[in-house]
Ligand binder design. Sequence first.
Ligand code: UD2
Length: 309
Amino acid sequence: MARFCITGSAGFIGSSLARYLVSQGHEVIGIDNLITGRLENLQDVRDEMEFHCLDVRDRDSVTPLLKGVDVVFHEAALPSVPKSILDPVASHGANIEGTFALLLAARDAGVRRVVYAASSSAYGESPSLPKHEEMPTSPISPYAVQKLAGEHYMQSFARVYGMETVSLRYFNVFGPYQAADSPYSGVLAKFITGMLAQTAPTIYGDGSQSRDFTYIDNVIAANMLAASAAANSVSGKVYNVACGQRYSLLETCNLLMPITGYQCQPIFAAARNGDIQHSMADISKARRDLGYEPSVSFEEGLRKTVAWY
Ligand code: UD2
């Protein structure tokens, strides 16, 4: 049994990690300011973990909580490209200042390792596919810049303070517990809940844009591997976490029709500012260093997600 802390523990990915860690008998401390996170997400495990409603920027409160923690999974963020364009100050605060404060607290508390939720948005517009970690980054949106800055802080803290840090560049994560009711919700949560309610999905742009959609269980597995891998092979490094395949939004709608039982034509709207066209990962580095292998395919993940909603 180890002692873990999850920031953003009431969010989609954080709460999924909490459920997994508790199911494995680990000690879990959750931190969330509940701005976008929801306590309902932790309903099943609330009695089996410690939870603190705190902002990660509140270092005076967070640092003592991290004493004796082996690994922090830093999932707390305002995760949205359009939101970061609309309110860059808020997302800068949550994503850059939040990550910096968390690292300082972890350093001061003597935490062994921080595993960071980085983003595929770091690759930005560069046209070559698949994206691999050694490619130059080219972030477009404030959100992408902020998430990439967090990676650089992870690398810096590993170098100058001797902390162990690992950055996982998530590629469009989806699955149960992903909020669907915000204009900033992930596209699959919106499409699935909409189609189950017999509502046509709205596609921003022509629907040819593609993503390497990654089911949550694959992301949990990658986090567990990143938490336990030998420091000399992973610390200070960045890894893509994805499936290594891409699907366009039009293909995705076609796959969802038989699963949701809703036959429809999507509605088309203007392309979103800051959006990128195609995204697909090379996952060979994670395979090699972490032993990561996605175990749930996109289509199986869609079925599981539809069944959950
Ligand atoms: C970015 C990152 C992702 C993660 C996420 C956090 C990329 C490639 N991915 O996801 O890794 O960090 O940010 O938010 O940068 N769309 C519609 N209709 C809708 C909603 C979205 O057509 O109702 C489109 C949207 O314009 C985009 C695609 O669907 O082309 C995916 O959008 P998203 O918001 O789910 O995620 P994205 O790619 O911005």
